[in-house]
Design a protein around this ligand. Structure first.
Ligand code: ZN
Length: 137
């Protein structure tokens, strides 16, 4: 079995933001040379998440609206006494900081309406990382 690592680094510009990383992930799969296996997409952050869904501007806005409603950034969370981002930790824990995709015939398998996004919930951040690990042969 072969293992290939790639690290994506990016900056975020808003408190809440969805950043499409599909191109970078697919490039990594292509560069790995792996034909069949799986691709892990993992954000090593406690205040961000990884999701797969449609890249449509209205829907991206809807997602952010729902993420805010769900995580309640205005609520007086206890963690906010030391670090004003409890909502982002809760979002990261519940939405998940990783997604796994199949790799078949050298290509990442995803639905037509499944682009891959980093979900920023505690931006802006100068440096966010996303690790792409491709395993297979
Ligand atoms: Zn915190």
């Amino acid at each position: 079995m072969k293992i290939y690592f790639h690290e994506i680094t990016l900056s975020t510009h808003k408190k809440f933001e969805l950043i499409d990383i599909t191109y970078e992930v697919e490039k990594a799969v292509e560069k790995s040379g792996i034909r069949n296996g799986i691709c892990l997409v993992f954000a090593p952050h406690a205040t961000a998440a990884i999701i797969a869904n449609e890249h449509e501007d209205g829907l991206i806005n809807d997602m952010i609206t729902k993420v805010k409603e769900f995580t309640q950034p205005e609520r007086s969370w206890k963690h906010n006494l030391i670090d004003d981002n409890a909502h982002a930790h809760i979002g990261s824990a519940l939405f998940g900081a990783e997604r796994i995709f199949p790799v078949r015939d050298g290509r990442l398998v995803r639905g037509t309406w499944q682009n891959i996004f980093l979900v920023e919930m505690d931006g802006p951040r100068y440096r966010r990382r996303v690790l792409v690990e491709v395993l297979g042969e």
